[in-house]
Design a protein around this ligand. Structure first.
Ligand code: NAD
Length: 245
C-alpha cells in the first residue's frame, strides 16, 4: 500500500547547491556573522540596524538564486503523490523561497521568510521583498516596530500545531539537508517514528540525530532526492541504498 501521508522536512542543505550558504553550527557563524548578533531577540534591541541590514543583504542575494533538482523533485512529489491518493506536507526551516520557485504550492515556513516582515507590536506579517529598516512603520498599526519575519533562537517557531498534527498522521518522514541540532525541528523524526512512520534522512553525512532514522541516503541532495522521488513515484517503494541510485 502506498504511503498515505508523507512529511518532508528541509533544512539549509537543500538550498546549499543553489548557492545559499548553510548555517555553520560548529563555529556559530552565519554568513560571517555571530548568531547572537543577528539571530536572537536581544540583537534587535542592541543593534537593530545590523539585524535589518543582515537580512536585507540575504534578501537581495536571494533574487539571484534558483531552485536546484532537490527542490524540484520535492515539488514533483507534492504534485503527483495526491494522484495516487496520498498527501505530502512540506515543512521547511529555510527562510528562502526556493521551494515555491520550484513549484511547491504549500510550504510551511516554520522559521519565517526573508520575503516577509513582522510587526513586533501588533503581530501582523506581510509580504516584502525590499530592504527594511528600524525606522519602518507598520502599515497596519502604524507602530515603529517592524522587524524581519525570522524566528530567532529562543522564539517559538510558526505553525507548530499544524506540524505536530502532520507528524502524528504521517507514515513516511523525510528530512533533507538538516543538521539535527536546531530544535524543535531536530526532534520531529523521533516524534514521527514514535507514531510508526518510516524515517529517512538525506545529508552529505550522518546528522546529529541520524540514529533516530531508519536509514539515510548520503550524498548531494540534488542527486539523492530526485533518485528517491523517481523510484517512489514509479514503484511506490523506498529507494534504500546508495548503490541503487
Ligand atoms: P544547518 O546549516 O545546521 O545544516 C545543514 C545540513 O545540510 C548539514 O547537516 C549539512 O551536512 C547538510 N548539507 C549541506 N549541503 C548539502 C547537500 N548538498 N546535500 C545534502 N545535505 C547537505 O541547517 P539547518 O539544520 O537547516 O539549521 C540551521 C538554521 O539556519 C535553520 O533554522 C535555518 O532556518 C537557518 N538557515 C536557513 C538557510 C536558508 O534559508 N537557505 C540557510 C542557512 C541557515
Amino acid at each position: 500500500m502506498d504511503y498515505q501521508h508523507i512529511v518532508v522536512l528541509t533544512g539549509a542543505g537543500v538550498s546549499a547547491e543553489s548557492g545559499i550558504p548553510v548555517f555553520r553550527s560548529e563555529t556559530g557563524l552565519w554568513e560571517n556573522h555571530r548568531v547572537e548578533d543577528v539571530c536572537v531577540p536581544e540583537a534587535l534591541v542592541r543593534n537593530p540596524r545590523l539585524v535589518h541590514d543582515f537580512y536585507n543583504t540575504m534578501r537581495r542575494n536571494l533574487k539571484t538564486k534558483d531552485p536546484n533538482p532537490a527542490h524540484r523533485a520535492i515539488a514533483k512529489l507534492q504534485q503527483e503523490w495526491p494522484q495516487r491518493g496520498g498527501k505530502v506536507t512540506l515543512v521547511t526551516q529555510n527562510i528562502d523561497d526556493l521551494h515555491e520557485m520550484a513549484g511547491s504550492m504549500e510550504v510551511i515556513h516554520m522559521h519565517g521568510e526573508l520575503n516577509s516582515l513582522l510587526c513586533a507590536k501588533c503581530g501582523r506579517r506581510w509580504f516584502n521583498d525590499e530592504d527594511s529598516s528600524p525606522e519602518d512603520i507598520c502599515p497596519h498599526c502604524k507602530a515603529q516596530a517592524v522587524r524581519p519575519d525570522i524566528v530567532f533562537f529562543g522564539e517559538i517557531p510558526y505553525y507548530m500545531d499544524e506540524i505536530t498534527a502532520a507528524l502524528a498522521a504521517c507514515d513516511l518522514f523525510i528530512a533533507v539537508g538538516t543538521s539535527g541540532v536546531v530544535y524543535p525541528a531536530a526532534g520531529f523524526c523521533q516524534y514521527a517514528r514514535a507514531q510508526h512512520a518510516v524515517c529517512v534522512e538525506f545529508n552529505l553525512e550522518k546528522s546529529a540525530v541520524a540514529t533516530n532514522f531508519h536509514y539515510g541516503l548520503y550524498g548531494k541532495a540534488s542527486q539523492t532526492v530526485p533518485a528517491f522521488v523517481k523510484h517512489l513515484l514509479i514503484t511506490g517503494q523506498l529507494l534504500r541504498t546508495d548503490e541503487e541510485i
